[in-house]
Design a protein around this ligand. Sequence first.
Ligand code: ADP
Ligand code: MG
Length: 337
Amino acid sequence: MPRHPTSSPAIRTVGELALIQQIRTHAGRSRGAVRLGIGDDCAILRPTPGEELVITTDFSLEGRHFRRDWHPARSAGHRTLARGLSDIAAMGARPLAAFLSLALPVSIASDRRWIREFLDGLLALANVHGVQLAGGDTSQAPGDSVLADIMVVGAAPSGKALRRSGARVGHSIYVTGALGGAAAELVRLQAAPQRVTRAIADDTQPHLFPQPRIATGRALLQRELASAAMDISDGLSTDLHHLCEASGVGAEIDAELLPVHPLAAGLPSDERMRAVLHGGEDYELLFTAPAATRLPAKLGGVPITRIGKIVRASGVTLINDSKRHKLAAQGWEHFRT
Ligand code: ADP
Ligand code: MG
């Protein structure tokens, strides 16, 4: 709590203490690895012997990652945590605890419902994955935008966390689920904002309620199936380049093999390809495995599709109608001019 004389008219209206109390009640009692949760100066986590901690932080900034006029509050809260959980999934780790830093603008003070629904969305997803909200910070925002930052701490058996750097020439490339759905849904959302407000733990609203692939990531790690992995947050073209760079290899993917999300399937073909290749925010996993490794059709309840192979030549090649094109990274990138 910032104990500053001019602090926070907005937060005072909402009641910073009441808000934290609300979050604390909602977050529930400390359990599992969280020895001490919300309420003290620090949380206390107790990792299991033989495990390493994996840690990620992600901004969710109004106007950049969500818009209050497009995204229902529940979706903004869900997406804030989903971004962090997806990184944990990409490492094959199990999420232990989340920390939420929240800056709220004055205007939100008159809209307690927004905050309540934001927290509902975030905590419902936390519940699904058994991760506890174990702390955070609350402040008045300097401007009129909600600023959220989520930190998620996970655990993986020592030395076993999945990395981007293990792909080798000849390995097969796979994705989970389907691609392009989030981009296609966003187009609809722009036309009819706030139309859909129900959070369902399925894959029908991949933009508003993306489902982090925790179970799939953990299965890949436990069964030692993947040589490299990452999540697709910026778009397949961009993220596959990242994986290739980290591994010092190139990739060849086949357009016909790419799993197209039903929401994207109805788009005209060039828009569909753009959504699938560059759309971003699908939060599926991208991983590689030695060619001899047999993968089940589904892992952690999610379909697995082979989309190509790792090659020696650098960069990413897309094979489409038996023609080969160099595929540039055209997904999401901050500060791109
Ligand atoms: P301090 O001034 O010591 O940072 P705070 O008053 O900011 O303490 O926070 C009190 C307790 O509430 C801490 O345990 C902190 O982790 C928790 N907390 C504050 N804001 C949030 C939030 N947005 N989400 C979850 N926990 C929070
Ligand atoms: Mg604080």
